[in-house]
Design a protein around this ligand. Sequence first.
Ligand SMILES: Cc1cc2nc3c(=O)[nH]c(=O)nc-3n(C[C@H](O)[C@H](O)[C@H](O)COP(=O)(O)O)c2cc1C
Length: 224
Amino acid sequence: MMEWPDLKNPRPRSEPKPYRPVVWPEAQFVPLPEGMIPDTPPFAVVVEARRTRYSFAPLLDDQLGALMQLTCRVRAALAGPLAFAQSHRPAPSAGAIHPVHVVVHRPGDAALCRYDPFEHGLSKLDTSLKPSALRTAMYEVIDAPAGTLLLFVAEPGLTASKYEDAASLVWRDAGVLLGTFSMAAEALSLNFSPMGVTGEPWASQLIPGASLVGVGAAFVGART
Ligand SMILES: Cc1cc2nc3c(=O)[nH]c(=O)nc-3n(C[C@H](O)[C@H](O)[C@H](O)COP(=O)(O)O)c2cc1C
C-alpha cells in the first residue's frame, strides 16, 4: 500500500469559523522601492529560460522590491465575511486568503523580516529565532551565503476559517507561490533556487505559541 498522508478533501464551511489572525511581533517597518520593475522579456521567453540557479550575488533593494511586487504584493484588498482581509495578489490563493507569509533574511542583516504584502515593505521581526541558526540549517541544503533567504511560513488557521480540511489548500498555495517566485525571478534575471525542506522546526519557533508552520524555503540573489 502506498504511503500517502490523507490531507482530506476541502469543503467551504457554511459559516466562517472564528479565527484571530497571528499578530506578528514587528519592530520597524522599512518600505521597499516601488515601481522599479525593469523591462522584462516576453513571458514565453521567461518560461523557456527558467532554471534553478545556485550561485548568488547580493540583491539590490530595487531587485527585492520588484521581486516582491511581482509575487506577493496586494493589488486589491477585498471586504468579506472573514476576520481578516482577503486579497488579490500576483499568485492565486484558495479563497483569496493567502495564508503563506514570506519571511526574508538578507545576507548581513541582524534581523529577520516579514514582507508586508499590504504595505510593500519589510517589517523587522522581534523574535528569539537567530538568523544565523536558520541560515546554518539552510546551508545544509544549499550553501548560499550571499543569497537572500525566503522562508515560507503558513498560517493554516486563515484558510481553515473558510474551509474544512484546509491542509491541502495551504500546501497548494505554498506551491503556487514558489512557482510564481521562480518565474518572477527569471523575468527579473535573478537566480532562484527552491529548497525541499519545509523550514521546520524553525518556522514554528518564530512566534512562540502561534500556529505557524514552515511550508518551504528558497534562496534568491542577483546573477553572478
Ligand atoms: C518543491 C521543490 C523542492 C526543491 N528542492 C530542492 C533542494 O532541496 N535542493 C536543490 O538543489 N534543488 C531543489 N529543487 C530544485 C529542483 O531540483 C529543480 O527544479 C529540478 O532539478 C529541475 O531543474 P530546473 O528547475 O532547473 O528546471 C526543488 C524544486 C522544487 C519545486
